[in-house]
Design a protein around this ligand. Structure first.
Ligand code: IMP
Length: 429
């Protein structure tokens, strides 16, 4: 296989960083195609921990090209900081291995201010966004008043566009939310810095991707967030503002469906979610706490504790079907070690009726009661396993059941945070 899309099959935080990092070994290019710095990938390489938000995880491999395609929204301050942190740790980041798509939209300071102001006003109805300005940036893109990375090439034009877009934002910030308006001069001072630091990296990402496709290079498309946060297919309105489904690689990066050879869906061995919204298998008891502690389930971007719960096969089946996933990559199996028994939601009861889909109305999802299948757990440390038969029988049973219930076989099982704590069952490249 040469061109593969990796997506999160739950609510994000499935451990994509590590899996993408492993697959990058055999890829020439890694492409981010949606989302922004709401994403956070934690990687442990050679005992060092890296938290990446915008730079494709493949950057840690010398000689690979990381491409941030036009479908991504970029906070330039975050990107500059990420580049500088990586460089300070001795990782090469140069135009040779990082390309920023000129069509990618910029997250402006007024986007963050609006995101935070709106969430602050919503009280119990808040979505629990990351507060990074993602939604307002995508709104401006759709309203055709967004600023893009290519606009940094001409700061006079940038000023005109920013001034036009800001007029409405400042009105909202001051009149509706009682906040300080954003200053154009402050924005322009920052834009000067963004241009200086980022211009060498900005270019025609689509043309570079196209050339790589024509050469037959192996390309990895790295999804952010998870399918259940998809703007169109997730549990609206508790979703993000982009499309984390595999199909979004086509729009976000400009790749044709026929160029895609495989889709790998990442599934954590249990469920987690940050932010608000229904989560049918959530556990608010000691078992949920056990998962949070064992799995270090705190957001990479916001540090918020993640909500934890049993694996939800209704959710994963839905994601596998939406993305046409060929395989699962099962992550964090080791976190479940020590639990006497494990549960998997096989379907829901909605007002007493058996259903195996996720209703469109979030209030109906809140009324869904999961119907569980119970499986035996296992004891002991499994992080040393490198082959399936080195796992306890109960862990293998759990994986088999995941395969049957979720509709795709595992290609990879992760049993610890390090790159080598992995059981590989199917080679993608
Ligand atoms: P936004 O993307 O910041 O607008 O937040 C919308 C919802 O998506 C909130 O529930 C966030 O917690 C969630 N979210 C956004 N990005 C991620 C991610 O990378 N992992 C997990 N949840 C995310």
């Amino acid at each position: 296989m040469s061109n593969v899309i990796v997506v999160g099959a739950q609510w994000g935080d499935e451990g994509k960083g590590k899996v993408v990092d492993i697959l990058t070994e055999d890829a020439a290019m890694v492409v981010r195609f949606q989302g922004g710095n709401n994403a956070g990938h934690t990687l442990v390489v050679g005992g060092l921990k890296y938290a990446l938000h915008l730079v494709p995880s493949g950057i840690l491999h010398p000689g690979k090209m990381g491409l941030i395609a036009g479908g991504v929204v970029i906070d330039p301050d975050v990107l500059i900081q990420e580049i500088e942190t990586l460089r300070a740790r001795g990782v090469e980041v140069s135009p040779r291995n990082l390309l920023i798509g000129e069509k990618a939209h910029i997250i402006m300071p007024y986007h963050q201010a609006l995101d935070q102001a709106r969430e602050g006003q919503k009280g119990d109805g808040r979505i629990g966004t990351t507060g990074r300005g993602i939604g307002p940036a995508y709104e401006d893109k759709a309203s055709r008043i967004g600023l893009r990375m290519c606009d940094l090439a001409d700061l006079n034009f940038f000023r005109e566009k920013a001034a036009a877009a800001m007029a409405e934002k400042n009105c909202l910030l001051s009149s509706l939310y009682g906040l300080r308006p954003v200053s154009l001069e402050e924005i322009m001072a920052r834009a000067g810095l963004w241009a200086e630091k980022l211009k060498p990296f900005i270019g025609d990402a689509w043309a570079v991707l196209r050339a790589a496709l024509e050469r037959g290079d192996n390309i990895l498309f790295e999804g952010a967030q998870g399918v259940q946060l998809d703007l169109d297919h997730g549990i609206y309105p508790f979703v993000t503002s982009s499309n984390p489904i595999a199909g979004a690689a086509a729009t976000g990066a400009g790749v044709a469906f026929r160029d895609i050879d495989g889709v790998l869906a990442l599934v954590k061995a249990y469920s987690t979610r940050v932010g608000s919204g229904p989560m049918p298998t959530e556990l608010t008891d000691g078992t949920g706490e056990f998962m949070r502690k064992q799995g270090a389930e705190f957001g990479t971007t916001t540090g918020r504790p993640r909500r934890c719960g049993w694996l939800d096969a209704v959710v994963v089946r839905n994601s596998v079907a939406l993305c046409g996933a060929d395989h699962l990559a099962v992550t964090k199996l080791d976190v479940l070690s020590g639990l006497k028994e494990l549960k998997i939601a096989v379907h829901y009861l909605l007002d007493g009726e058996k259903i195996d889909f996720i209703p469109a109305d979030y209030r109906a999802v809140e009324r869904c009661r999961p119907v569980y299948e119970t499986l035996p757990g296992w004891e002991g440390d499994i992080s040393g396993a490198r082959k399936l038969d080195e796992l306890p029988k109960a862990a293998r049973n759990y994986l088999d059941r995941m395969y049957e219930l979720c509709g795709a076989p595992p290609a990879l099982v992760s049993v610890g945070p390090d790159r080598d704590q992995t059981i590989i069952l199917h080679e993608y490249f």
